[in-house]
Write a protein of this length. Structure first.
Length: 203
């Protein structure tokens, strides 16, 4: 039985947050298994599946944090926030601060903060586009994302404009925004993007 198929009597805690966590767990499980299966073929290109698995695991931790916060506002969830930030930065080349179990001889370095900022902005560029695709006018979509994140509509508009320019963010970042926009169920994906952004607040 997958966690999202649990009966109401088996689910304890804030219903909305628990359902989101159960769904995130199921999706992460499927994504990871698919990734591992593809990686068994040494000739296969598993980059897309690895990226998807990472995003799904990230969402599991973010959902777990939301569930715990809703269950008891006095719980100290900062370690989970730290872990999310650590993974986010490490996935873009930064050296891990407390999750690095590699040899001390590993090369130092990392990409500049601009890459992390662009990645975070890609989440909201995709979120705005999802709402536009669902029928909202541009201004209304930007206002909704602004309400959900605290980022001004004018700032969101500037980011979207920047992503559309030839001299804007690196190609892999703009492609990421396009993939995030088109991934999965639009309503659920929108919530996932907002949650990921709010867990990091890198702008």
């Amino acid at each position: 039985m997958t966690s999202s198929k649990l009966e109401p009597s088996e689910m304890h805690g804030p219903p909305k947050e628990l359902f989101e966590l159960a769904l995130a767990l199921d999706e992460a499980d499927l994504s990871i298994e698919k990734c591992l299966s593809i990686m068994q073929n040494p000739k296969a290109d598993s980059a897309k599946e690895q990226q998807d698995a990472f995003l799904k695991i990230f969402e599991v931790i973010a959902s777990a944090r939301n569930f715990l916060c809703a269950a008891n506002e006095n719980l100290n969830t900062r370690p989970l926030s730290r872990l999310l930030r650590e993974w986010f930065e490490a996935s873009h080349g930064a050296k891990p601060k407390f999750t690095n179990i590699k040899s001390k001889k590993a090369k130092k370095g990392g990409r500049p903060i601009l890459v992390e900022m662009n990645h975070a902005r890609a989440l909201l560029v995709a979120a705005v586009k999802i709402k536009i695709n669902q029928g909202l006018k541009v201004g209304a979509a930007e206002k909704l994302v602004s309400t959900d994140t605290g980022i001004k509509p004018s700032t969101l508009r500037a980011w979207r404009s920047d992503f559309g320019r030839k001299d804007g963010p690196p190609k892999d970042i703009t492609e990421l925004a396009n993939r995030l926009e088109k991934y999965g169920n639009p309503t659920q994906q929108y919530e996932n993007l907002i949650n990921q952004f709010n867990a990091n607040k890198i702008v």
